[in-house]
Design a protein around this ligand. Structure first.
Ligand SMILES: NC(=O)c1ccc[n+]([C@@H]2O[C@H](COP(=O)([O-])OP(=O)(O)OC[C@H]3O[C@@H](n4cnc5c(N)ncnc54)[C@H](OP(=O)(O)O)[C@@H]3O)[C@@H](O)[C@H]2O)c1
Length: 347
């Protein structure tokens, strides 16, 4: 059995805990809490062991929360840590805990790939570089946007290759997640230097890609508008769609009116945490004109990276082939079934 600890219990950590605790091959050590708030109670009700920093134990005890030990205890017991700290927090964890304790770790997309605070020398995207992560000790799982971009670009690259001249991508990002208590600002905010462009080039170095990113006052998923420019006349709409029909984690929808439709449907259908775990290409928005194809898709920000982290574990720890890893992820997350249901609901 492989022992795994999740360091953090925010939007991503909670979802990872639900998924990993359901896998019989994994000895799920538990989760870390840093603040003695109600989310601790939620974790305990889900029967997760809760580990906290030594200096915080008394705050948890004052509130009668049952604590399994310190975060260091949990890491010592684990074969690998999945770090789910707030953006940037993984770097300190690596320096203070994982490196001194000689533990491999997976980091999330809010961590730096380059510069003084870099945590790993590779960003994982299961559709592109699954095999390259097998011998790594530290890997960043690309963010939700970056994971979605790889999932859409790679099938196009495999089908059309050198026919494609460049990609121009506008990310319309949600400001907060459904579970976040913070208010969303009534403003459209721009990003002077979106990290997504360099992140994607980390695993698709040949891509002639330009990315702009805006945040809008919504909690309901991201929308990406991708313009794909071809060297000559662009392929037909049908040939473009063919590239995605059998893709793992891509649903082809035709009648959603917006991101809230898709998220609300996922919640109504009882998908765990309200996640679809995929991107949804909105076929009615697909346009072909001269040398350009416009593809618009929504990206399940919170759910997208959970199967990705799971696939990454299959590579780093279980050394499975990609086919076998996808089979397991499909079983655990019911991706094909969810895709079929969503395609029927929004046909
Ligand atoms: N939210 C998304 O849609 C999304 C999607 C893809 C990737 N990501 C990435 O995933 C990471 C986590 O995002 P999130 O949305 O889950 O953040 P979040 O909801 O703000 O949760 C962050 C968690 O970090 C915990 N924490 C505090 N100090 C910590 C430490 N030293 N080490 C580990 N954990 C610590 C907090 O614990 P307490 O609550 O106990 O204080 C909190 O539970 C970020 O890198 C983010 O960029 C997020």
């Amino acid at each position: 059995m492989v022992s795994i600890f999740i360091n953090g219990y925010g939007n991503i950590g909670r979802r990872l805990a639900s998924a990993l605790s359901a896998d019989k091959e994994i000895k799920f050590v538990g989760i870390a809490k840093y603040t003695a708030d109600n989310k601790t109670q939620e974790a305990l009700e889900k029967r997760f062991d809760v580990y906290v920093p030594l200096e915080q134990i008394r705050h948890f005890k004052e509130r009668n929360y049952r604590i399994a030990g310190t975060i260091k205890d949990a890491i010592a017991e684990s074969d690998i840590v999945i770090d789910a700290a707030k953006e940037g927090g993984g770097f300190e964890n690596k320096k203070r805990l994982y490196e001194p304790m000689k533990k491999p770790a997976i980091f999330q997309g809010g961590e730096d790939r380059h510069g003084d605070r870099s945590v790993a020398d590779i960003i994982h995207n299961s559709r592109v570089n699954y095999e390259k992560t097998a011998d790594k000790t530290y890997v960043i799982q690309g963010s939700c946007n970056v994971s979605g971009i790889g999932r859409v670009m790679q099938p196009l690259i495999e089908k059309f290759g050198n026919e494609i001249k460049r990609y121009d991508l506008t990310l319309i990002r949600r400001s907060a997640d459904l579970e976040d208590s913070k208010q969303v600002n009534d403003s459209i905010e721009w990003d002077k230097n979106p990290h997504h462009q360099d992140d994607v080039k980390d695993f698709i170095p040949s891509a002639n890609l330009y990315v702009d990113a805006y945040k809008v006052p919504s909690r309901m998923m991201h929308v990406h508008q991708m313009l794909v420019r071809f060297n000559g006349k662009s392929p037909s709409r049908d040939r473009i769609l063919e590239a995605f029909h059998n893709e793992f984690g891509i649903a082809l929808l035709s009648s959603a009116k917006g991101t809230a439709d898709v998220r609300t449907k996922a919640l109504q259908l009882g998908f765990e945490h309200g996640d679809t775990n995929m991107v949804h290409i909105h076929q009615e928005l697909l346009r072909v004109q001269d040398d350009t194809v416009k593809i618009a898709y929504s990206d399940d920000q919170t759910g997208m990276v959970i199967p990705e982290n799971y696939l990454l574990l299959q590579s780093m720890i279980f050394k499975r082939s990609k086919t076998e890893a996808i089979r397991k992820a499909n079983h655990l997350f019911q991706i094909s079934k969810k895709k079929k249901i969503l395609e029927e609901e929004f046909n």
